[in-house]
Design a protein around this ligand. Structure first.
Ligand SMILES: *Cc1c(COP(=O)(O)O)cnc(C)c1O
Length: 380
């Protein structure tokens, strides 16, 4: 490409093309096939490690967004229902709520992990019950930028009210909380294999199911909800959301470098932390305690203009001029015009983070010299 330093580029293991070639040679150029089965198994094996669950059943889908959509379908979300979602996230976390004509209820973040604040979550549940007479149908916490949310607290509240949790781990493959992988805490978990995530299938996602029955249901809905009959018979509305055997071949190849990618992104985060430690007013996001092990999908900084002598926006523009891609943190969904009418339970955290936060280039293709160049621009 050119000399621009990007936020997060994909990186291939070299094995991807072998699996794609195999698919072509055996004429499995279709959705389903041996690569899909093998990719699902290798994801499940990876996640089962330390999960305190004997088995997991990952279902490979066309995107992470599709996985969220089907997760909500499995949870029985209907038009008019409410679904609680973290406000500080990418729009894809909440859009599927709207696909189902349900209403998102946004909950703000806490300062330690930047993810769903358990205190506000419980407040929101109680208030929705008071105002609508009904409990929300599902809860969607997110592990933003790879940082695990406070899942113990969130699960305790969800269990108390008997509300299922759909865990958005799209950015958090390989992150752990108390040694358990993100994506296995909730009833269902979501992964994304878009081009900029931890691993890619060019585009794709997975729904992490605990039971075989849930996995079966997911596959049923993902392949047009065909009833068991020789002709095409349907008693439910289905979707065309399965991952193709070609994309799954890329995924199989990527599993060879997953551990390496996780290690490299953490190393990049450590290097930024080291190089920026004496820069006034610039703070690198850190694991709040040793129980949290973010994959550091993206390294993020907060810029205090009073101490730094410049704003986040000054830095972003200087980066762009130096041919370096950076981005403000996600704009909270309760501030997005499309969700302007959705209920919101806030404490100011996500708005503050959006004002002063910046994502730095963090992909596995970056060299240490690239990182030093980024740091020089921040200092300059
Ligand atoms: C990327 C992402 C998604 C959506 O995944 P796609 O595979 O791009 O559809 C959902 N939630 C979060 C937090 C994401 O970062």
């Amino acid at each position: 490409m050119n000399n621009r330093i990007y936020l997060s580029l994909a990186h291939m293991s070299g094995h991807e093309q072998e699996f794609i070639k195999e698919a072509f040679d055996t004429n499995w150029v279709v959705p389903l096939g041996p690569n899909v089965d093998a990719f699902e198994k290798s994801l499940s094996d990876f996640l089962t490690h330390n999960s305190q669950l004997s088995t997991l059943n990952c279902v490979a889908l066309s995107s992470g967004t599709a996985a969220i959509h089907l997760g909500l379908v499995l949870m029985g979300v209907q038009p008019g229902d409410e679904v609680i979602c973290q406000s500080f996230t990418f729009a894809a976390s909440a859009n599927p709520i709207a696909y189902l004509e349900a209403t998102p209820v946004f909950v703000d973040s806490e300062r330690d992990t930047w993810n769903m604040d358990p205190v506000l979550l419980e407040e929101a549940i109680k208030d929705r019950l008071r105002k609508t007479g009904k409990l929300p149908k599902a809860i969607i916490p997110v592990h933003l930028y790879g940082m695990p949310a406070k899942m113990d607290e969130i699960m305790a509240i969800a269990n108390r009210y008997d509300i299922p949790v759909l865990e958005d781990a799209a950015e958090a493959l390989g992150s752990t909380l108390n040694n358990r992988n993100c994506g296995v805490f909730g009833e269902l978990g979501v992964l994304s294999f878009n081009g900029n995530k931890m691993i890619t299938t060019s585009g794709g996602g997975a729904l992490i199911c605990r039971t075989e029955e849930e996995a079966k249901q997911t596959k049923f809905y993902a392949t047009q909800a065909r009833d068991n009959a020789p002709h095409y018979q349907h008693s439910k509305v289905g979707y065309n959301y399965r991952m193709s055997n070609i994309c799954a071949g890329i995924g199989r190849g990527q599993m060879f470098v997953l551990e390496e990618h996780i290690a490299r992104r953490r190393e990049i985060h450590d290097l930024y932390t080291e190089l920026l430690k004496d820069v006034p007013g610039v703070n690198v996001m850190q694991n709040p305690s040793e129980n949290y092990k973010s994959n550091f999908w993206l390294t993020c900084i907060l810029v205090d203009p009073a101490k730094a002598g410049k704003t986040r926006e000054d830095i972003r523009l200087a980066m762009d001029a130096a041919n370096i891609e950076t981005r403000p943190l996600w704009k909270p969904l309760h501030l997005q015009p499309v969700f302007a009418n959705a209920p919101f339970y806030g404490n100011g955290t996500s708005e503050h983070l959006f004002d002063i936060g910046l994502c730095l280039p963090s992909g596995p293709t970056l060299t240490n010299d690239d990182i030093r160049k980024v740091v020089e621009v921040i200092k300059g």
